[in-house]
Design a protein around this ligand. Structure first.
Ligand code: GLY
Length: 593
């Protein structure tokens, strides 16, 4: 690294390049409407010893939004600037992402929101996960010989769960927001009607998923022009989606669940052996749940409870790690990675056995997140040698007490923060657009365990607790998380990434809490992942070969694969908001004002 002379270092201190760039970008953000105030240019400095900072987060003084789409972050921050609260901004961002990230932003899927209300101090979890249609059944993905039918739970009408996103976002707005629904949906309507330039990431996904998309008339109608799917730089317009969004803006969730959009979804299902009926849509319910809580080195962790496994296992792994001096061992040292991998294997083994929809199965949340159970698991970890996954079975927590996907985060000036992960499951979900709606529908049914022991799209295995049942919600790994210090939001984070969501979120927490990294450093550090089965320690490019050699000598099967996750993080300090949109997807941006 270049060592700046003192004067230059001070100059960097005052005007970190990324802060200036971010402020300028924020200043040119397209306003929601006439009368919006120009962005204030902030030159505040980060808390950390500035000379030690490797990458700067974006800084702002009044509020921040970070998402995988700069256009959607712009929409959210304009809502904050106009006086909306964090929930208002999250709702507008969520609808905008449904346009600008058709691969995972959605209104045809589902997700989870974790909210800390700055006014009341309340933490809550809003569950808008998809539900299995009433016609679903345990063996629906098996053939006559009891074998899983390839791709049936992924790329057919039978893969689609009853979507929850529209119900979830409108529920959050009605209960915790302040602005008018139509005003918050309007920017998404404009983006859908006017179009947006397709970025490189999205263009690559269109190539990768081409065959799944062009199979369906409704999907070709939206995305195919002159026989081709959109390429980088092309303007992608989706007026059908614009019309659907405008209806939602006007009539709310009714337009989707008991109106023209729902009717189109049911028509499409009927035409292609799908299961979703008008009754299924009418019966969809958002569930407000109590978040999972944990404590890690003096910080309170607030995360998503079942039907996500995310919060439970983030807390469980942190509990195990609290038995080890990670700070002394250092970030991404062989010792730290070994301890993380061993903790992760044990947590994912438990996941396969115990986790499912709490409205259908008893999930031992308290046992799995108890520090005593974590101590017992920590004591089984050999600090010199990897335990083969074949020797690890689900543990025995205290019995039942009597991810592609996208993530976004918002923090406002009233002390409220919102963390949302929502998804269609794999990129573009089932690939099916209900004709005339412009809406891509999920393939979330693949998150159920089609057959005990048979891995799903993310290589995750499960059993009875996550078997298909009518009206049940499939188990998720989504881990929208808030960290509180002295009862006030300190960090808000989360990630897409299927099975890697839990470990990616975990590493942001460890990097910030144990190693004092800022959100940019924590989000850009090389990631590692172990999910018990397959027995492999997955790493990103960039880990030192010496470290890899040590890990191999300890018995880990280290494999280098594609990058993992795409975190969105905001840290709230007395000096302001510090945000970072993971640059594993260059379309993302943290925007503040
Ligand atoms: N569809 C990925 C997840 O919910 O974990």
């Amino acid at each position: 690294m270049v060592d700046f002379p003192t004067a230059a270092r001070r100059a960097r201190h005052l005007f970190p390049a990324t802060c200036v760039a971010a402020a300028l970008l924020a200043a040119v953000a397209v306003p929601l409407g006439a009368g919006a105030q120009p962005a204030a240019v902030s030159t505040g400095t980060v808390k950390y010893d500035i000379d030690d900072v490797i990458i700067h987060p974006v800084h702002s003084l009044h509020g921040m939004v970070s998402s995988e789409s700069a256009l959607a972050s712009d929409v959210g921050v304009e809502v904050l600037r106009k006086g909306g609260n964090a929930v208002d901004a999250a709702v507008a961002t969520g609808f905008a992402l449904a346009v600008t990230m058709p691969n995972s932003g959605n209104i045809g899927g589902g997700g989870f929101m974790i909210l800390h209300d700055g006014k009341t101090g309340k933490d809550t979890a809003i569950d808008f996960r998809e539900m299995a249609p009433a016609g679903a059944s345990r063996n629906m993905y098996l053939d006559a010989n009891g074998n899983v039918v390839q791709d049936k739970s992924l790329f057919t009408q039978a893969a689609i769960g009853v979507p929850g996103t529209v119900a979830g976002l409108t529920y959050a707005l009605e209960h915790y927001g302040t602005m008018k629904r139509a005003d918050l949906v309007a920017p998404a309507v404009r983006l859908a009607n006017n179009g947006f330039p397709v970025g490189e990431t999205l263009a690559r996904l269109f190539v990768a998923e081409h065959d799944h998309l062009v199979k369906w008339d409704g999907t070709r109608h939206v995305f195919e022009h002159d026989g081709k799917l959109p390429v980088t730089g092309e303007l992608l317009r989706n007026p059908d989606l614009g019309r659907s969004l405008a209806l939602i803006g006007r009539d709310g969730a009714k337009a989707f669940y008991d109106g023209p959009i729902g009717a189109a979804i049911v028509k499409e299902a009927k035409a292609h052996d799908g299961l979703i009926t008008a009754e299924d849509l009418k019966n969809y319910r958002v569930v407000e749940r109590t978040p999972v809580r944990g404590s890690y080195r003096g910080y309170d962790i607030v995360s998503m409870p079942p039907p996500s496994s995310g919060g439970v296992h983030v807390v469980q792994i942190l509990n195990i790690l609290s038995n080890f001096p990670l700070k002394d061992w250092g970030p991404n040292s062989a010792k730290t990675i070994h301890a993380m991998a061993e903790a992760e294997k044990r947590a994912y083994a438990d996941r396969s056995e115990y986790l499912g929809d709490p409205d259908f199965v008893k999930v031992p949340v308290k046992g799995l997140t108890s520090p005593a159970y974590a101590k017992e698991l920590a004591s089984q970890i050999d600090l010199e040698h990897a335990t083969p996954s074949a020797q690890i079975k689900p543990g025995k927590p205290q019995p039942y007490e009597s991810d592609q996907t996208t993530h976004f985060v918002v923090a406002d000036s009233h002390g409220s923060v919102v963390s949302v992960t929502y998804t269609l499951n794999t990129n573009f979900g089932s690939g099916i657009v209900a004709s005339g709606t412009g809406i891509l529908l999920n393939n979330e049914m693949d998150d159920f365990s089609a057959k005990p022991g048979v891995p799903n799209a993310y290589g995750l295995v499960g059993g009875d607790a996550n078997a298909v049942q009518p009206k049940k919600r499939p188990l998720s790994s989504m881990s929208p998380t808030i960290v509180l210090k002295d009862g006030k939001p300190w960090l808000v984070t989360g990630s897409p990434g299927g099975a890697r969501i839990i470990t990616t979120t975990l590493q942001v927490l460890v990097n910030t809490i144990d190693f004092g990294m800022n959100p940019a450093e924590a989000g850009s550090a090389v990631r590692v992942h172990h999910q018990w089965l397959p027995d492999e320690l997955r790493i990103e490019r960039g880990l030192s070969p010496d470290t890899v050699a040590i890990l191999r000598s300890m018995g880990h099967k280290v494999v280098e694969r594609q990058s993992m996750g795409d975190t969105q993080t905001i840290q709230i300090l007395p000096t302001g908001f510090y945000g970072y949109a993971d640059q594993r997807d260059p379309n993302g941006a943290a925007r503040g004002y």
